[in-house]
Design a protein around this ligand. Structure first.
Ligand SMILES: [Zn+2]
Length: 363
């Protein structure tokens, strides 16, 4: 089907590391009855037309008509089950993305949702809302909201209100500490909006005297790397621990977005690594660190190579986003409540597991 071919091409175009990392982001195409959406865990760059999950839009609509379940976690479970039940046989048997209901709300045919570092330099900044209104008066800005069904409901309200006020739906929705949804009736509408966004933001960073990417630094030398790997295996008491490393950069000092938490954890270990420092970290945060920063370089750990690699990639992205926020008043980290919701969120864990285990979904 030619619509699926078109959305697959868009997924590949906006599936590069400038727009998303790991299993993040999602895309969809719709007609009046059916919404084809990216399944959870598959990366945009690897999507094939036959991977899309077909959802019966009449059933997805029911999610918005039902009274909201009080408990946030229960609410996500109900939404997940409704979405699974809305699957049509013509699509794949994958699990629909938790952001699928939000794709349904946009009346436009194509939706491409990503988390670009250049955009998050604004959405994760103290003066993000203000900058968004100044630079992009037509864009709909949403304050941070727990991802998943809760976000879809909030977005529905915001999009309705925008449509009433402007006489047309928004083509771009920017979500604080998260990313953007771009909707359009043609692929070129999507491309035009993305181009405008990225170009304007590059100009803002340049004007603020910032580089758009972190500088590349030399990797730690062989001896330092070997020593650190030994220390990590010892203090984390795992023989089969997988370790990745790269040259030094400034650590992200707090959780910037849901994906950063899922892949690299809310906080990173900074300074010399000892049994005492790791045990102290565990006490403070309730989990073992996944990323370690020293003056010589950055190390990440995981149960498999992909987990370690993704942790390092997201730590670097977090550092880049944090650096870019300087153009808009500095970083605005997620609150403890928002952070705890993600840390406990089963859906996200599922996604990370699929991204880690799926051979094809390796980014
Ligand atoms: Zn997202």
């Amino acid at each position: 089907m030619h619509l699926l071919k078109t959305i697959t091409e868009l997924s590949h175009e906006f599936g590069t590391s400038e727009y998303v990392l790991g299993g993040g982001g999602n895309t969809s195409v719709k007609d009046a009855e059916t919404l084809w959406v990216k399944p959870s865990g598959v990366t945009l760059i690897d999507l094939r037309p036959e991977d899309f999950v077909a959802l019966d839009r009449a059933q997805v609509r029911r999610l918005f008509e039902a009274a909201a379940v009080e408990d946030a976690v229960k609410r996500e479970v109900v939404a997940k089950e409704t979405l699974l039940a809305a699957r049509r046989p013509e699509g794949s048997s994958g699990r629909p993305s938790v952001e699928a209901p939000l794709h349904h709300i946009f009346p436009q045919r194509f939706v491409v949702h990503t988390h670009p570092a250049l955009v998050n330099g604004l959405t994760c900044a103290q003066r993000g809302a203000e900058a968004c209104a100044r630079l992009f008066p037509d864009i709909l800005w949403m304050p941070y909201c727990d991802p998943g069904y809760t976000l879809s409901r909030e977005a529905e309200r915001a999009i309705d209100e925008y449509t009433r006020r402007h006489g047309c739906p928004p083509s771009v929705l920017m979500i604080q500490n998260h990313g953007i949804f771009v909707a359009g009736d043609s692929p070129d509408d999507i491309r035009t909006d993305y181009r405008r966004l990225m170009e304007t933001l590059r100009g803002e960073y340049r004007a603020a005297g910032l580089e758009c990417d972190l500088p590349t630094t030399p990797p730690p030398n062989g001896e330092t790397d070997r020593r650190m790997r030994g220390i990590l295996r010892e203090v984390l008491s795992k023989d089969v621990l997988q370790v990745q490393s790269c040259g030094p950069f400034s650590p992200p000092r707090g959780p910037l977005s849901p994906d950063h938490i899922v892949y690299a954890r809310s906080f990173v270990h900074v300074g010399p690594v000892t049994a005492a420092s790791v045990s102290d970290f565990r006490h403070r945060h309730g989990y073992a660190p996944r990323v370690f920063f020293t003056d010589d370089g950055v190390w990440s750990v995981g149960d498999n190579e992909n987990e370690a690699r993704l942790a390092l990639m997201f730590a670097r992205d977090g550092a880049r986003v944090q650096y870019l926020t300087a153009a808009f008043g500095g970083p605005q980290y997620l609150s403890d409540r928002a952070r705890a919701f993600i840390e406990n969120w089963e859906v996200e864990h599922y996604r990370r597991r699929v991204a880690l285990e799926g051979g094809r979904s390796t980014p």
